[in-house]
Design a protein around this ligand. Sequence first.
Ligand code: ATP
Ligand code: MG
Length: 240
Amino acid sequence: MPMLEVENLSVVYGGIRAVRNLSFHVNEGEVVTILGANGAGKSSTMNAVMGLAPSDPSSSIRFNGTAVEKLPTEKISKLGMTLTPEGRRVFPQLTVEENLRMGAISLGRRGSAAELKESAFTRFPILAQRRTQFAGTLSGGEQQQLAIARSLMSAPRLLLLDEPSLGLAPQVVEFIFDLLKQLSEEGVTILLVEQNVDQALAIADRGYVLASGELQLEGKATDLRASSGIERAYLGLGAV
Ligand SMILES: Nc1ncnc2c1ncn2[C@@H]1O[C@H](COP(=O)(O)OP(=O)(O)OP(=O)(O)O)[C@@H](O)[C@H]1O
Ligand SMILES: [Mg+2]
């Protein structure tokens, strides 16, 4: 049984259909990436999985066998699935440390908040240096690290990341991809949305390519890297 199994996902906002009949899955231990041009429906997909965007009644989303499509986000987080949303949303008027504490709210019995906080500071040395600083005054790269660190405070079994490298300097991008590799080696299952196609496919086991809310291409990361389908999807040229 896949860890995450999404069947027939459709997301409609008012009259706009952002995702149409999308099916995909993530097996335990995998890194899976969802790729696609701006507006392809990647964030809508991630948000719908977390109960943050409306999924059509015909959609089915199962996490470790539990139907989650009607559950509120807090309950989904408690089951062990967490999203680092697009745009590094931190609480600007809370300190780094307070932001981390907020992340532990849905920890449940999976770990100790104090230990997780110390491991966050080991993993992200820059956050340790800035633990009493207001998050709103951190640089973009630091805020992204904090956003990921906050997600990790719930000890997720499945970590969803929506464009974690967006707008960051190459060194920070490298740090984040190294971190994802490390987390994967530690046993965290990862679903990653990225614009950084080459780097995402380099760490992923499998990938799905969306175009205009529909699945255009799927396969092993190594096969996708060699395919011309991705460029076509990004250029809006349709399936090969
Ligand atoms: N809350 C919303 N209300 C109405 N339309 C929305 C909403 N969120 C997204 N959309 C629309 O749904 C479509 C898909 O958007 P989505 O944010 O899922 O794309 P994306 O693949 O994440 O794009 P990007 O790479 O730019 O982040 C777009 O046409 C967008 O305008
Ligand atoms: Mg997006």
